[in-house]
Design a protein around this ligand. Structure first.
Ligand code: TTP
Ligand code: MG
Length: 393
């Protein structure tokens, strides 16, 4: 089978670049978009900053007061979400002129599978050059694009060539490209996973690719095996069109922003159970668990993990969403909203369960029994873990 050609496109300093585009006096200047700095006394965080502000050490999610201290002469602007959403729509329209196989990742980022369409522009490189030219000509912004046979490498490539870059990694160069890089370049390796891997003597993707797989899975569970595959250039994940990414989700908004971990885990358990129950009601199982976290100031993040096997079990969904949370969380962060989503379904699983092993069948029986009791006596009738006093969002 011929290798796939996947492009990962990410706009450069997106919010700040839109502001610089609309106000030429800001071009070439440090611009910080985010909360009001109030001369260094402001609360809230930086959404993003222009490339001119980055040498001062400013970055996304940094307290705005710190950003002010680092570069008081920068121009500080509020987040104009509506404007950025409109620009984002225009950018995605351009993408759809090149292929229908588009997976939107965020407001300024997407994967495009151009395997079947790059021939129109001769090569993958020429195709992506054309996309960049159109974004520059029609929108007035720059984008960075990575091209590779797998999603993970395309994402790393776009990151490495920022800003205004274009980097192609061919199948034959894939491992030479990946192996010298530090492990945190891999999708899904945050601070905690990095520490765990460092503890095993794994620092580069090369180290990871040659580490004993058993040891990795012993310390990191399924994620260990997943990362081992990625390090060896194996990433089976397809570019999934928006309409394919159906999902079941549930969210909770805290009455007051909180950093009380006990409360947070309680909510994650509650949300996981709700999602798990709806999945079973609709006879669905999904492979991807996505955690949504909104901090004070409406800064919203998502973290996702894709299993090899589909699931709708609350314990599995809870364990993974808690892991994703722990990976993301830093002390002092105050959480406003949490969401748990399961996606990446195939067909209803009724038939398939005939072939599943006894353990899974037993667990399904237990879940069905719990559902029946909850249907009859209400949501609070059975609960694992601590009792909850919750208001639904
Ligand atoms: P990113 O693509 O992560 O950042 P960026 O486009 O500003 O810069 P880069 O050139 O490094 O890609 O995020 C896109 C937009 O999302 C960003 O412009 C602002 C917003 N955002 C937040 O509001 N908070 C955050 O913590 C992050 C990371 C992004
Ligand atoms: Mg960006």
């Amino acid at each position: 089978m011929a290798a796939k050609v996947i492009a990962h496109i990410d706009m450069d300093a997106f919010f700040a670049a839109v502001e610089q585009r609309d106000n030429p006096s800001l071009r070439g200047q440090p611009v910080v978009v985010g909360a009001d700095p109030k001369a260094g006394r402001g609360r809230g965080v930086v959404s993003t900053c222009s490339y001119e502000a980055r040498p001062f050490g400013i970055h996304s999610a940094m307290p705005i007061s710190t950003a002010y201290k680092l570069c008081p002469h920068a121009t500080f602007l509020p987040v104009d979400g509506k404007k950025y959403s409109c620009v984002s729509e225009e950018i995605f329209k351009i993408f759809y002129d090149f292929t229908p196989d588009i997976e939107p990742i965020s407001i300024d980022e997407a994967f495009l599978d151009i395997t079947g369409s790059f021939h129109f522009y001769k090569t993958p490189f020429d195709t992506c050059m054309k996309i960049k030219e159109r974004i520059r000509g029609e929108i007035g912004l720059t984008a960075s694009i990575g091209i590779a046979p797998i999603k993970m490498a395309a994402k790393i490539a776009s990151d490495l060539c920022k800003p205004d870059g274009l980097l192609e990694v061919k199948q034959s160069d894939l491992l030479t490209f990946l192996w010298p890089l530090s492990i945190e370049k891999l999708w899904g390796v945050g601070d905690k996973t990095k520490k765990a891997l460092n503890g095993l003597g794994v620092y580069t993707i090369n180290d990871l690719a040659h580490a004993p797989e058993d040891k990795l899975s012993q310390h990191l569970g399924e994620n260990g095996r997943h990362l081992f595959a990625l390090a060896n250039g194996i990433d089976e994940r397809d570019v999934r069109r928006e309409e394919e990414v159906k999902s079941v989700s549930n969210e909770h908004t805290f009455e007051r922003d909180t950093n009380d971990l006990e409360k947070i885990y309680e909510i994650l358990l509650f949300l996981s159970e709700k999602v798990s129950r709806r999945l079973r009601k609709e006879q669905l199982k999904g492979k991807t668990v996505t955690l949504k976290i909104r901090l004070e100031g409406f800064h919203t993040f998502t973290r996702a993990f894709t299993f090899f096997e589909k699931t709708n079990f609350s314990d599995v969904i809870y364990k993974k969403s808690r892991e994703l949370f722990d990976e993301f969380y830093a002390p002092k962060m105050k959480i406003r909203l949490l969401g748990v989503r399961v996606s990446h379904f195939d067909e209803p699983y009724v038939q398939e369960s005939l072939f599943e092993n006894k353990g899974v069948q037993r667990l399904e029986k237990i879940h069905r029994a719990v559902d029946a009791i909850k249907d009859k006596f209400g949501e609070g009738a059975i609960h694992k873990g601590p009792p909850t006093r919750l208001t639904k969002s």
